[in-house]
Every structure is written in C-alpha cells, then in structure tokens.
Design a protein around this ligand. Structure first.
Ligand code: ZN
Length: 501
C-alpha cells in the first residue's frame, strides 16, 4: 500500500509542475518575449498560478496532510519524510488562511501599482504612485493581521520571506552592524587612499565579456549541461528542476564589472539550486531554503570569493588575455582595489559591499514604520531622504533615484529587504567556518581551485534542500545563531587594507 506521505507527494506533483511551467513563462518574459506579449502572458501566468493555488489549498491537501502528519509523528525532525510534511504544512497554513478575494485584490492592486510605479519613477512623480502604495500597504496589513504575530505586524510579513526570524532579532543584528559599519565608512571616506578605476571605463566588447563570465562560471563548478546563461535587464536565477537552472547577466560596454559580478552572484544562487539532491525533485524540499540562505550563497561567491585578491591572482591573467588593450599594464593591486572601491551613492543595486547594507537599514526602518502606521505613505520620501543623509551622508536629488528606485513595493512585497543583509551576515558566518575547515583554501583559490568551496557548501547547505530555516541550519551546521561579528570582522580587515586606514 502507498504510504500517506507518498500520496501527499503525488497529489502535489501537479502543483509543483505548474509552478515550474509558470517559471518557464516568467523566464521567457524577461529574456525573449517581445513587449507586445505582456498582457497575454499575464493571463497565462495568472491561470497557471490559480490552478496551482487551488490544488494546494484544496480540502484533499488538508486531509492528506493530516494523515501524513500522523504517519511521520514518530520520525526524526530532520528525516526527509518529516521535513517534507512539516514544510508543506507551513506553506499550507499560510495560504489557506488568506481568503481568495484578498489574493485577487492583491493581484489587481499590484498589477496597477506596478504600472503606476514605473510611470512615477520615469517622471519623478511620487504622488502618482502614492495611492497605489497606500492600497498595497493596506492589503499587506490585512494579511499580517490574518497570519498573526506576537509583537509587531512586520513579524508576520518578514516570516513569509525568512521564517523563524523576528523583527526584534533583525533590529538587534542591524544595530550591531550599524555600530561597526557607519564608522568604517566614515574612515574610508575621510582618510582612505583614493582608488583609481579608470581602466574599467574603457570599451570592453560585450561578446568578450559574456565569454569571460562563462569561463568564470565553469571554474566555479556551474554545470552548463544543466544550465545556461542569457541576458536580462535585471539579472536573476531561475530553476525549473535541479537539472535546468538558468542564470542571467547584463552587459554594458563601459562597465565590465557589472556582467562579471552579476554572473558570479547569480552563479552562487545557481550552484545552490543545481546542488539540491535528486531525491527532493518535484517536492517542496527541492530548491534553496530561505531568501537569506539563498543570498548567502550568491554574496559569498560575489564578494568574499569573487572580489578577493586570491581569486584575481588566478583570473587576472585570463582577463588580460581576453582584454589585452583594456587591461594592459593593470597590476593585481590596481585591479583588486578598483573592484573594491567604496563610494556612497543613491542606488542600492549598484552599491559596493560596505554601503550596501546601509541601503537595507533605510528600507527596513521605513517599512516597519509604514506597517505599524507611524509613518504616513505621503511622508515616506522625506523620511527616506533624511535616512540617506544619516547613513550615507548624501541626499537623493530626486525620488526617481530615491524612494522610487526599487520594484519591490509595487510588487506587493513588504518585508523582503532585510533578507539581503541577512544573506551577507550568513555568508560571513559560513565563510569563516569554511576557512577553518579547509586550511589553505585561499592559496587554493589563487590556483583556481574553487571546487573545494562548492563541495563544502554541498555538504553543509545544499544537501538539505529547503528542510531547514536559516536559524535551524546555522545551529545545526555551525552551532551558532545569526551573528553580526563575522561580517564586521571581515569588512574591517578587508577595507582597512584596501584603503590603508
Ligand atoms: Zn541574489
């Protein structure tokens, strides 16, 4: 007889397949689709999503889930079966609580909100977006009330992106980070030796750039037999199964670092997805666990490995061979300092490693105040600008490069931003432990040996799929909770040297 767990799995295969088919449509929209296809594509995706939603929230799922829970009651918490049932339950409880009308209302509000946001950003016209943001915020508050929370309504929203972590914990962590990073940035700005990156502004043919990023991706262990790289305006990684995980990058002739670190970042996400064990395919355990854990993989590769001196002592000669005219006479030191240049600026996605987290602190504080009602939507631009002045010492000249720069709110996502910095925090914790476990790792990187890093991640992170939340995984693999210190130590050591402080 088929077990209840097996029955639940089989019942949910269709939901899983629809989700991945929908992802193919999403990939095509970003990479290939002509602009005219947008309305029809939105309908197709809405149809697939609603069928998948119906399957998941059906009474049958509820019944099978209860039966499966009884069956796994005696099993270990971390067994595959118990984890499958537990993670399914977590998603199911969230989705069944939210009424279908509210889901539909959110879909409408964000469809209109996205268009209004795009226009507002183009025209530097925040009041045009404001009523839409008010609506989206109101719906998010209703969702927070339905999902429930103990201390702050933001907890309920944060939990949908990063389960097991509260607003209070993030606040504590970010406070520690601020205490270390704000003074570090001040020292860099006031006392740092200037960095010259003029050679990065030369003309780098984009085809050569693409080829070079593929050399790097291969060396990292990205499997092109189970993936491919394309171009997209906003780089992303998407997985249709562990055997088809695609990355995207963007190519600018006068900014080779954009493609380079974009590809390495997405490559980090992709290695995670390609590394999920086969046994989890077509279940809720396939794919990376949480946003913070996912971002830890991309950030570790992009910054801690990809912007390190050993990495470039291996890759710079190859880079020079690809771009002899552009990189001629550029020393390893010049190159290393140029790719680690720190400069307070307005745009989050272009920020360097040190200032990046400041952009997140601003958003985290503003989102909480929006959600608890202490900040009116009309007053967000002013709050935004004064926080930029406080943390980065600059005031955005327009809302286009200020409060309107990110897509997230127009998509209805409030509570997502902190996961970026959580990713940096987790990356530093993992990197520290990995360096202890692998003596000679950095000397190996300088010889182009990147696979030991991948193997370590396979063992300690990828092999669990989405069984564990971030705190569970850290406790289990590192024996610690979320810690600010490893990231602060890493930043201080690296930038004291880069800027000769
Ligand atoms: Zn990412």
């Amino acid at each position: 007889m088929t077990s209840k767990v097996e029955q639940l799995k089989q019942h949910l295969y269709r939901r899983h397949d629809l989700g991945h088919a929908n992802a193919v449509l999403g990939w095509d929209q970003e990479v290939n689709m002509p602009p005219g296809g947008v309305n029809a594509r939105a309908e197709q995706q809405a149809t697939l999503q609603s069928i998948a939603h119906e399957i998941f929230t059906s009474e049958e799922t509820g019944k099978l889930l209860e039966a499966a829970e009884a069956e796994v009651a005696e099993l270990d918490y971390d067994s595959d079966e118990a984890s499958f049932v537990r993670v399914t339950r977590r998603g199911y409880d969230k989705l069944v609580k939210i009424p279908t009308e509210l889901v539909a209302e959110m879909a409408r509000a964000t469809a209109q909100g996205f268009v209004a946001w795009r226009e507002a950003r183009q025209e530097n016209d925040y009041p045009h977006f404001q009523p839409h943001l008010e609506k989206i915020l109101d719906l998010n508050r209703r969702i927070a009330d339905i999902l429930g929370y103990e201390e702050h309504p933001y907890d309920a929203l944060l939990d949908t992106y990063e389960p097991d972590i509260t607003t209070a914990q993030v606040t504590q962590l970010f406070t520690e980070l601020k205490e270390g990073l704000v003074p570090l940035l001040e020292e860099i700005v006031e006392e740092g030796q200037p960095v010259d990156g003029a050679f990065l502004e030369k003309d780098y043919p984009v085809d050569r750039q693409r080829d070079f990023t593929e050399v790097v991706l291969r060396q990292m262990g990205y499997d092109f037999n189970r993936g491919r790289q394309d171009e997209a305006p906003h780089p992303f990684t998407i997985s249709f199964s562990r055997n088809d995980v695609r990355v995207t990058t963007r190519l600018f002739p006068n900014r080779p670092q954009s493609a380079l670190f974009g590809s390495v970042h997405e490559g980090g996400h992709a290695l995670y997805e390609q590394g999920i064990p086969e046994k989890f395919e077509r279940t809720v355990l396939s794919g990376g666990a949480t946003l913070g854990l996912h971002e830890s993989q991309s950030r570790l590769w992009e910054n801690m490995v990809g912007r390190s001196r050993p990495f470039w002592s291996y890759f710079l000669p190859i880079f020079r061979a690809f771009f002899p005219a552009q990189a001629d006479g550029v020393s390893l030191e010049d190159f290393y300092r140029a790719i680690n240049k720190v400069q307070p600026d307005f745009i989050r996605v272009e920020a360097d490693e040190v200032t990046y987290n400041m952009h997140i602190f601003v958003r985290f504080e503003i989102e909480q105040a929006m959600v608890d009602g202490s900040l009116a939507v009309a007053d967000i631009p002013e709050a935004w600008n004064s926080k930029y002045e406080e943390y980065l010492g600059i005031v955005p000249p327009t809302d286009t490069v200020g409060v309107l720069q990110d897509i997230h709110w127009s998509h209805g996502t409030i509570g997502y931003f902190p996961t970026y910095t959580l990713g940096n925090v987790i990356a530093a914790q993992l990197y520290r432990r990995m360096a202890q476990d692998l003596p000679g790792m950095e000397e190996g990187i300088a010889r182009g040996e990147l696979l030991p890093i991948l193997d370590w991640m396979r063992e300690h992170v990828h092999s669990y799929g989405s069984k564990f939340t971030a705190p569970e995984l850290l406790e289990r693999e590192l024996g610690e909770g979320l810690l600010a210190q490893p990231l602060l130590d890493y930043m201080r050591a690296k930038y004291t040297e880069v800027y000769q402080l």
